[in-house]
Design a protein around this ligand. Structure first.
Ligand code: TYD
Ligand code: MG
Length: 447
C-alpha cells in the first residue's frame, strides 16, 4: 500500500514545504507553491544496497552511436544525429509546431527504425491527418493514443520500438501517483520512467513538453536535469520562420540553432537563413541597417529597423521588439549624451524583422545607427553592416567572432562594415570603417 502525503513544491526552485507558503523561503519567489502528493514508502525504498564501482572509466572505449535523421538542420541541433540511450525534450509554445517537427523527424527515421509514436493529446484521426500533410511514411511508424503510463510501458515492452516519441510529457499519468496529470510529481514520475526506457533498453526517447506562462519548461525544475537534451522550438505565431535551439545537450553543443519554415506540408529547412531573413528588404529606407548576429556557431544577418517621432504627450515612449527594452533605453541615453542627439522628446521604436530575438550586445551599434538614421533622416547605404558593443561612456567595443560575422555579410554581397576601432583589422575585401565611439559612428553615416 502506498503511503501518500501532501506536500507543497516551489515551481521556481523545487523547494519543498509541508505547508503552503505565499513566498518561497528558498528563492523568494511569490505565489510559486503548488500542491503535490508523494508516496512516502516509495521515496524511502529507493535507497538500496551499496553500489559496486566496477568500470575503470579511463579504459572504457565507448562507440558513439548516432542515427542521422536526414533533416540537416535537425541533425545539427541534435549534435550530429539522434544519440542512442538519449532522452530528449522538445519544448515550445502551443501551436508552434512541436508535434509537426517531431512527427516529421520520426517519419524520416522510420525508413531505418521502428518507431512508436504515443500521443496523449491527439486522436489517431488528427495525427494521421497531419501525417498525410507531411507525406509521412507509415510502414514502421506505429501510433497509439494513450495517456496511461502503465499502458504505454506495456506497449513498449510488446512492440520493442527502436525509438519512442511521447506527445506530451504533461498529459501522461501514472496510476501509481495520486495527483492530476501535469502535476509536478506526475511529470517527474513519467520522465523518470522514460529515462529508464532510454538508459536500460537503449531506446532513444523524444518527449514533447509544454511551457508555462513565462515561456519556461513546465514541470519540476529537476526535469531539465533529468533529461539529456532540451530543445526549444521558438518563433512568433504569425511568423513563418521557426527556430529549434538546443539549451542543454549532453551530446552536443548548446545554443546551436536550426532554422525551419512552416509550409502547407510541414516544415522545410531554411538552408540560407540570412538570405531568407533579408528577403523583401526595402531599399533606401530610413532607420534600417543589417547586423550580423551569432546563434551558436553560426552567424545570421538580420535587419534592424528604428523609427523616431516627436512625442505628443510629454513622456516619450520607447518600444522594443526583438531586442531588450533596457538595452534600447541604454542606447538612447548614450546617443543623447555622447552623440548630442536630442531624443528626450522623441518616441523611439525598434524592431528586429522576421520575429528574430537578439540577446547579444554585438548589435548595439546597429541599434544606435538605425535610431540615428531615422532621427537625422539619413539613409544608411543598403550594402552596409554594423558590428559592435556600445559601452556606457559611448565607446564602441570589440565583439567575438568578428571574422565569422563579416564573412557572412560578404557572402551575401555586403560591401562595407562599420566596426570597432579596437578590433584587430580583419583580412577581408570589404570596405571597413573603424569607429571609436558613438559620435564617430553616427558621423560616419550622417556626413
Ligand atoms: P502543431 O505541430 O500541432 O503544434 P504544437 O504541437 O507545437 O502545438 O502545429 C502547429 C501549427 O502548424 C498548426 O497551427 C497547424 C500548422 N501546420 C501547417 O501550417 N502546416 C502543416 O503541414 C502542419 C502539419 C501544420
Ligand atoms: Mg502538439
Amino acid at each position: 500500500m502506498p503511503k501518500l502525503k501532501t506536500i507543497y513544491i516551489c515551481s521556481k526552485c523545487g523547494a519543498q514545504a509541508s505547508r503552503w507558503e505565499g513566498k518561497c523561503s528558498n528563492c523568494q519567489a511569490w505565489n510559486s507553491y503548488v500542491e503535490d502528493v508523494i508516496d512516502v514508502k516509495a521515496e524511502k525504498s529507493k535507497t538500496t544496497g551499496k553500489p559496486q564501482a566496477t568500470h575503470k572509466l579511463a579504459y572504457q572505449n565507448f562507440d558513439e552511436k548516432r542515427i542521422k535523421v536526414g533533416i540537416l538542420e535537425f541533425d545539427r541541433v541534435l549534435g550530429g544525429g539522434v544519440m542512442q540511450n538519449a532522452i530528449n525534450l522538445v519544448v515550445g509554445d502551443p501551436g508552434v509546431g512541436k508535434s509537426t517537427l517531431v512527427l516529421q523527424a520520426a517519419s524520416k527515421l522510420s525508413q531505418k527504425l521502428k518507431i512508436l509514436y504515443v500521443s496523449g493529446e491527439e486522436s489517431v484521426q488528427q495525427v494521421s491527418a497531419r501525417a498525410k500533410r507531411l507525406k509521412a511514411k507509415s510502414e514502421n511508424l506505429l501510433f497509439i493514443n494513450e495517456v496511461g503510463l502503465e499502458n504505454i510501458l506495456a506497449t513498449v515492452e510488446d512492440i520493442e520500438p527502436d525509438l519512442l516519441v511521447l506527445d506530451s510529457l504533461q498529459v501522461v499519468t501514472s496510476a501509481e501517483i495520486n495527483s492530476l496529470s501535469g502535476s509536478m510529481s506526475q511529470v517527474r514520475f513519467v520522465a523518470e520512467k522514460m529515462m529508464e526506457i532510454a538508459k536500460q533498453k537503449g531506446i532513444p526517447v523524444f518527449c514533447i513538453g509544454h511551457v508555462n506562462k513565462g515561456g519556461e519548461l513546465a514541470g519540476p525544475m529537476a526535469l531539465a536535469h533529468l533529461v539529456d537534451a532540451v530543445f526549444y522550438l521558438e518563433g512568433e505565431k504569425y511568423q513563418q520562420f521557426k527556430m529549434l535551439r538546443s539549451v542543454k545537450n549532453r551530446f552536443g553543443s548548446i545554443d546551436e540553432v536550426g532554422v525551419f519554415e512552416m509550409t502547407g506540408n510541414g516544415f522545410v529547412e531554411v538552408k540560407n537563413p540570412s538570405a531568407a531573413f533579408l528577403e523583401g528588404r526595402q531599399k533606401d529606407s530610413l532607420g534600417s541597417i543589417v547586423v550580423p548576429t551569432m546563434e551558436g556557431s553560426r552567424s545570421f544577418l538580420v535587419e534592424i529597423q528604428a523609427l523616431t517621432t516627436h512625442t505628443n504627450f510629454g513622456y516619450p515612449k520607447r518600444t522594443a521588439s526583438g531586442v531588450d527594452l533596457n538595452r534600447l533605453n541604454l542606447m538612447i541615453a548614450v546617443l543623447n549624451k555622447y552623440a548630442k542627439m536630442k531624443l528626450d522628446s522623441q518616441d523611439v521604436f525598434v524592431n528586429v524583422i522576421g520575429g528574430f530575438k537578439i540577446n547579444e550586445p554585438a548589435v548595439d551599434l546597429g541599434i544606435c545607427l538605425a535610431i540615428a538614421s531615422s532621427k537625422q533622416k539619413k539613409v544608411i547605404p543598403n550594402d552596409t553592416v554594423a558590428i559592435g558593443e556600445v559601452g556606457l561612456s559611448g565607446e564602441i567595443r570589440s565583439v567575438n567572432f568578428l571574422e565569422k560575422r563579416i564573412k557572412e555579410a560578404e557572402k551575401l554581397g555586403f560591401q562595407k562594415v562599420i566596426l570597432p576601432k579596437t578590433s584587430k583589422p580583419p583580412k577581408i575585401e570589404m570596405k571597413t570603417v573603424f569607429v571609436r565611439n558613438v559620435a564617430e559612428a553616427v558621423a560616419s553615416i550622417v556626413n
